[in-house]
Design a protein around this ligand. Structure first.
Ligand code: SF4
Length: 322
């Protein structure tokens, strides 16, 4: 029988193959030390949670796994970071001691340095970070790393590397995943933060030794994203709080909008000046909405990576059901 184009499309299912590949690679890793790359998530002065640091050591088998898309993103980031190292060498920078692992026994901290730059008689650690174009534009100096929790974790990581290697300077090489542009952020030792990291490691180690846990923190936003929240707070429902509205006029507006979507000019005002602002008015303080409107529509929305509010309207019932 002749091969059809549909057969080819079905057989060449690379998206499915990619998903399967990463789905099968998902696993948890034993954590016998405090990883330098994670300590920033545990340090109170960086809005972290020490209890989470203890879970990482004692309960790593219970850790929730990231979704498949996150694994795909992480791997792509790793690939890009490897290329940056070889590019730096091509461009004449003396990058040495690549992928150097260390264990700081006293604090039970482990680290993995991407490389060191040999400059005169110093060797500052070099840490490569790939990021979205949006984040790439937002960062330029050390202080910009306060803008996101995972950027704050970078600060902790490089300061531990500097302290362990007894050097005043460290360098981030940031790469825009999309355009390929790169730029450095040169870091001078932040002694206060380095000290906070060591103190946090000591507190975690003490709890690990005694099989005890520090108190929970009181920050819903941090706990919501914590991969141990199911064992730390099993009774708490995380996610965007659901709101219910019986606003009939709002339902009629959406009915009209959806029925006339193709008449772009006619509905522009309705969407921009009436529906969209009314949806945004229902957002929580993180700019997210999860709304059931008149038992007919389920409206969800949040800001995208660029800070633009995006929403989606799903029909979940009919007026007859009302
Ligand atoms: S759920 Fe919150 S308190 Fe519990 S470990 Fe995670 S971040 Fe800490």
């Amino acid at each position: 029988m002749a091969i059809t184009i549909n057969e080819i499309i079905e057989a060449f299912d690379i998206r499915g193959a990619q998903d399967n590949y990463y789905e099968n690679r998902k696993k948890r890793y034993a954590s016998y030390t405090n990883r330098a790359s994670s300590i920033g998530y545990f340090v109170p002065s960086l809005n972290g949670c020490q209890r989470k640091g203890v879970y990482e050591r004692l309960n790593w088998r219970d850790k929730q796994l990231f979704d498949t898309q996150s694994y795909i993103r992480f791997e792509e980031g790793n690939r890009q970071e490897e290329h940056v190292l070889s590019d730096l060498k091509k461009w004449g920078f003396d990058i040495i001691k690549q992928q150097d692992d260390f264990i700081w026994e006293k604090y039970q901290i482990s680290g993995h340095i991407d490389g060191k730059w040999k400059y005169k008689d110093i060797e500052p650690p070099v840490e490569i970070k790939s990021m979205s174009p949006f984040i790439f534009q937002k960062v330029g100096v050390y202080e910009d790393l306060n803008k996101e929790s995972w950027l704050r974790a970078y600060k902790a990581q490089i300061n531990i590397y500097m302290l362990y290697h007894n050097i005043e300077f460290g360098i981030f090489v940031c790469k825009d995943k999309s355009s390929g542009a790169i730029k450095p952020i040169v870091v001078e030792m932040d002694y206060q933060l380095a000290e906070d990291c060591l103190q946090t490691a000591e507190i975690i180690n003490e709890h690990v030794k005694n099989k005890t846990y520090p108190d929970q923190i009181n920050d819903h936003k941090v706990c919501e994203k914590c991969l141990y929240n199911h064992i730390c707070m099993p009774d708490v429902e995380f996610g965007i709080p659901l709101k219910i509205s019986e606003d009939k006029k709002a339902v009629q507006n959406i009915d009209y909008y959806l029925a006339n979507k193709f008449k772009k000019k006619e509905i522009e005002h309705l969407w921009n000046d009436i529906i969209r602002p009314s949806i945004m008015a229902e957002c929580d303080d993180e700019g997210r909405v999860n709304l059931i409107l008149g038992k007919k529509y389920h409206i969800t929305g949040k800001k995208d990576a660029r800070g633009t509010f995006r929403s989606r309207i799903d029909l979940i019932g009919t007026e007859e059901e009302e």
